[in-house]
Design a protein around this ligand. Structure first.
Ligand SMILES: C[S@@+](CC[C@H](N)C(=O)[O-])C[C@H]1O[C@@H](n2cnc3c(N)ncnc32)[C@H](O)[C@@H]1O
Length: 462
């Protein structure tokens, strides 16, 4: 759920409230949710001292003014002494030229260079962690493994995951995630499908939650032929979408659907109104991480089934080593890179090669995979079919192989300037394409690829 650092609570359809001069509503989370505050609010530290954790720095108003303005603070157990790697000042790019953006989700090219003041901005792009952070993370992971979730609890959280998400939405309603208006920057096709002159398009959001990704797309819709299906396996989430002021069944339809359900199961149908091979774009934003690794194959098969040939998956999720993983404490580890949060919802942290294997059928490099370690590995069908051959849904292999059109690792350091905290985040994003040519929607680019090309172009020009 964290995607989403800085995404919440504030005003609807506002991307960042860290610099807004408008009065912000009070950011209130239920007590059970406090442990996630860092991930969803701009001000990650509870203001009330009674709720602060032992690793939280003292509230700013208790820090002597001079110290508050100079000293850095530990952030969620990560020592302040850990410093990001700085790039040498670019010959054609003075640190003073860094763009002054206030929106941490309008990213791209703010590189941390020698001489930069970390606390000048609220986010830095492409920040590499240094060896000290890596060994600190490794120590944390050792501690987590040494104190795993009990078998009893593991079963409780894995047997009925929608129950925990229902509880989550009951407690948080629409206030938890902030609208992801920035998503179209990451996946420009999300803007393209909204344009009046664009071809008709069917977008299916899987794990749509309260609609924080779907509604910003709907808001821009000028394309009469655009239909959004927003599905979630939590009926409470679906109720929230249906109850939203912008909900209009002509253009958006919310339904309960479990992306990991087997087609033979009672709930194994496709979402209402959708047939096999009928969707142009599947949006998966921080949903794949909510699945148990044993559900990945079925989820990939279902997404394949619902997509048109040439249809695409827009994917964004947690990367390994993200602060949300590093900071897990005792009793949360379920299996390698898979944890349960305090509210019973589960989260996995991915490696690039792992996602390439899951979605693209690419074998991982020599090392043993987590699946093999658990004896769960399944044969993976390789993507050997020529792209021109349009596989029918019936022929879909056991775990189909998508084309991996784009893959980006989004490493960012978010900064809380007031509290002088640095938070190292890591997200994976990708565009996976089902081979074929039936969908008329152009395959999305990825903002990161564009940035890289632009930067390379700049380098080439000196
Ligand atoms: C972290 S939230 C992300 C919500 C939304 N995508 C967003 O960006 O705001 C994960 C969502 O996935 C849903 N989810 C988890 N497992 C699912 C499954 N098997 N099928 C459908 N939805 C699922 C949860 O109910 C939850 O709403």
């Amino acid at each position: 759920m964290e995607p989403t650092a800085n995404e919440v609570a504030g005003e609807r359809f506002q991307t960042d409230n860290s610099k807004s001069t408008k009065q912000q509503p009070k950011q209130q989370l239920s007590k059970a949710m406090e442990h996630m505050r860092f991930a969803v609010t701009v001000d990650p530290i509870p203001r009330s001292s009674s709720t602060s954790t032992p690793t939280s720095p003292p509230p700013a108003d208790t820090i002597p003014a001079q110290t508050a303005s100079t000293a850095e603070s530990d952030a969620y157990g990560v020592p302040a002494s850990i410093a990001p790697i700085r790039k040498p000042a670019h010959r054609s790019h003075s640190p003073t030229n860094n763009q002054k953006r206030s929106d941490p989700f309008a990213f791209g090219s703010r590189y941390l260079e020698e001489g930069d003041d970390i606390f000048e901005f609220n986010a830095w792009d492409h920040v590499d962690v240094d060896p000290a952070y890596q060994s600190f993370s490794a120590e944390q992971f050792e501690k987590q493994r040494a104190d795993p979730v009990s078998d009893f609890d593991k079963k409780r959280f894995n047997d009925n995951p929608e129950k925990w998400w229902n509880l989550f939405y009951k407690n948080n309603k629409t206030n938890f995630f902030k609208n992801r208006k920035w998503l179209a920057q990451e996946f420009p096709v999300l803007d393209e499908v909204t344009r009046a002159e664009s071809a008709p398009a069917v977008v299916l959001e899987v794990g749509a939650g309260a609609g924080n990704s779907a509604f910003p797309i709907l808001q821009k819709r000028q394309n009469e032929g655009l239909k959004i299906h927003a599905c979630d396996f939590s009926k409470k989430a679906v109720e929230l979408i249906r109850g939203h002021e912008l909900y209009d069944p002509r253009y958006i339809q919310a339904d309960v659907w479990d992306v990991a359900a087997s087609p033979d199961a009672e709930n194994g149908d496709l979402p209402p109104g959708l047939e096999e091979g009928s969707v142009d774009v599947v949006l998966m934003i921080f949903i794949f991480s909510a699945l148990n690794p044993q559900q990945w194959d079925q989820a990939v098969r279902n997404v394949w089934r619902v997509l048109k040939p040439g249809g695409q998956v827009l994917f964004r999720d947690y990367g390994r080593g993200d602060l949300a993983q590093v900071r897990f404490k005792k009793g949360r580890y379920m299996e390698e890179n898979f944890y349960v949060r305090g509210d019973g919802t589960r989260v996995y942290f991915f490696e690039k090669e792992e996602l390439e294997e899951i979605w693209g059928g690419k074998p991982r490099p020599a090392q043993q995979t987590d699946g093999e370690a658990n004896g769960e590995a399944e044969p993976v069908e390789s993507a050997e079919k020529p792209a021109s051959e349009e596989p029918s849904c019936d022929e879909a292999p056991r775990r189909p192989a998508f084309e991996i059109v784009h893959f980006g690792i989004d490493r960012r350091m978010l900064v809380n300037r007031q509290r002088r905290l640095k938070m190292y985040r890591c997200w994976m994003q990708a565009v996976f394409r089902k081979p074929g040519h039936q969908s008329e929607v152009p395959t999305s680019t990825l903002r990161q690829d564009k940035d890289r090309e632009a930067a390379e172009g700049k380098d080439e020009q000196g």
